[in-house]
Design a protein around this ligand. Structure first.
Ligand code: CP
Length: 298
């Protein structure tokens, strides 16, 4: 019986041993293959994506199908949300169809934490406005542990559009809990002041063991963002030159999707320190492990 037989809406309530158990199962799937999971051919996962996604929706779908589950996907562009239906009513409608698990991404003002108590089916938050993206935080921490062996001694520099990023919110929540040091670096308007902060990217990269660039969240900006975008390009971009200041065994992360030639240049993708494709691969194992634990299949 899994300890995680409940929804996952945020990371602050996860205990250390729960995170460890999840990472152990993800690693087991990765190293030993999908056959270690007991097949639950009757389990049906309902993917409800009311905001765009490539990595998250596909990794949940691939993980579900590899695990032997069935998948039903609701794409927001073709749903009755377009006719004005609320997130609450959308989820109540699908809840009455009795899937076994919801995976939900949305950007509405409504909060999953208010809706979930009204549902019979557990929910995984797959990205909620700017509030959080817990499975991205989990897969990033898993990637750091795999590539850097430990998380406690890591100095993680988060670069760019931090205030609009749900990825940053979840990473900060989890990495703090697991004992990493965190610092931020970016245009003043986008870098919260209650963190250790580097004004210059050079100094930040000299300090860090892990650096994480973030996508500029244009869809959540007001009109003055163009100027800020240029400032990221000019002062906070990861490229061949700026990465000369980063340690040779460091780890470069980006949750994706990335804007080439804005927050990073194409050559970063070929840098031996780049862990971006490992992040996307690890997302499949982490999401499989999470679904298996919630469904009681591991
Ligand atoms: N990192 C992330 O959430 O990517 P998608 O928006 O493509 O799912």
């Amino acid at each position: 019986m899994s300890f995680l037989a409940k929804s996952l809406l945020e990371l602050s309530s996860l205990k250390h041993d729960e995170v460890k158990s999840l990472f152990d199962l993800a690693l087991k799937i990765e190293l030993k293959g999908w056959s270690i999971l007991p097949k639950k051919n009757d389990a049906l996962i309902s993917l409800v994506f009311l905001e765009p996604s490539t990595r998250t929706v596909s990794s949940f779908e691939i993980a579900a199908l590899r695990s032997g589950y069935k998948v039903s996907t609701l794409n927001g562009d073709f749903s009755s949300v377009k006719k004005g239906e609320t997130l609450l009513d959308t989820l109540l409608t699908l809840d009455s169809m009795r899937p076994d698990l919801f995976v939900v991404r949305h950007g509405n003002a409504e909060k999953l934490s208010d809706i979930v108590p009204q549902l019979k089916v557990p929910v995984i938050n797959a990205g909620e406005g700017v509030a959080g993206h817990p499975t991205q935080g989990l897969l990033d921490a898993y990637t750091i542990i795999k590539e850097r062996k430990t998380i406690e001694e890591q100095k993680v520099l988060i670069i760019g559009d931090i205030t609009h990023s749900r990825v940053a919110a979840s990473n900060i929540e989890l990495l703090n809990k697991l004992g990493a040091q965190i610092a931020v670096c970016g245009p003043e308007e986008w870098a919260p002041s209650h963190f250790k902060k580097f004004e210059s990217l050079k100094e930040g990269l000299e300090w860090a063991t892990v650096c994480m660039a973030l996508r500029i969240q244009k869809e959540r900006h007001s009109s003055e963002s163009k100027n800020l975008e240029v400032r990221v390009q000019q002062n906070f971009q990861l490229n061949k030159n700026s990465l000369k200041n980063f340690r040779s065994d460091g780890l470069i992360l980006h949750p994706g999707p990335f804007n080439r030639d804005v927050e990073l240049t194409s050559d970063v993708l070929h840098d031996s320190r780049c862990g971006i494709w490992k992040q996307t691969e690890n997302g499949v194992y982490i999401r499989a492990a999470l679904m298996a634990q919630i469904l009681g299949a591991a």
